[in-house]
Design a protein. Structure first.
Length: 235
């Protein structure tokens, strides 16, 4: 009888503890936010398409192009940010992965900033010399836009820069008006596509992309504000 009451009390205490813990949680916001959260208001970046088996390697050929299109479609899921711009440069029906006639493919890779509750990225200064260099110094039609959290991409090594060919960011950055994320049902995560105009065929190209924001301390080692992937086209 003693053990019966003893273990009954333990079970009751455990149940009460669990109930108290769950009662302190909110369905709309995480328990730890801001600098107390695991991510410390320092988001990473992701890309699509991404294959579970190949990781960050994007192989483009007759056997893979359909899964790449599906991967991007799943990520967008009726996200209509800059849809007209995407239609103009990336062809929303195949995002440049499907070979048509004898023309080489011109794939678009989707980039996104990982969501952090209540985080608002701060736009980089127009006078930032590194940003000006990375974006072409805001010359010609490439004018500075204070509504964008700029994103730039480049080849990791000199040989990657050569084989990557010219690229275009569509649009040139994440729309700052989309933030903050507060678990609102209508929230749609802004995105950027990087379009590859002339990838060298049958050569794996390593690409690194980064975000430009005053309050994101980009770190390759920690995966903050930065993403790296490899891409190779067979046709």
């Amino acid at each position: 009888m003693y053990y019966f009451f003893y273990y009954s009390c333990l079970v009751a205490f455990y149940a009460a503890s669990v109930a108290f813990f769950y009662s302190s949680l909110s369905a709309h916001r995480p328990k730890l936010t801001g600098e107390n959260s695991i991510l410390k208001m320092q988001p990473g970046m992701g890309h699509r398409p991404q294959d579970a088996k190949l990781g960050n390697l994007i192989q483009i050929n007759a056997e893979t192009f359909e899964q790449h299109i599906a991967s991007i479609n799943k990520e967008l899921d009726n996200n209509n940010y800059h849809l007209d711009l995407v239609k103009e440069h990336c062809k929303v029906n195949d995002y440049g992965y499907k070979k048509i006639d004898e023309k080489p493919v011109q794939p678009c890779v989707l980039l996104k900033l990982n969501k952090i509750f209540d985080f608002i990225p701060e736009v980089a200064d127009q006078a930032d010399e590194d940003l000006k260099t990375a974006t072409g110094n805001f010359q010609g039609t490439n004018n500075y836009n204070s509504d964008l959290i700029y994103v730039t991409c480049d080849g990791v090594r000199s040989v990657d820069k050569d084989n990557m060919g010219p690229i275009k960011m569509v649009p040139e950055g994440f729309d700052k008006k989309a933030y903050p994320f507060r678990n609102q049902g209508h929230f749609t995560n802004p995105y950027v596509f990087v379009k590859f105009w002339k990838l060298t065929p049958d050569v794996m190209v390593q690409v690194a992309c980064r975000v430009w924001a005053k309050n994101i301390h980009v770190s390759e080692a920690e995966g903050i504000g930065w993403v790296r992937f490899e891409i190779v086209r067979a046709y």
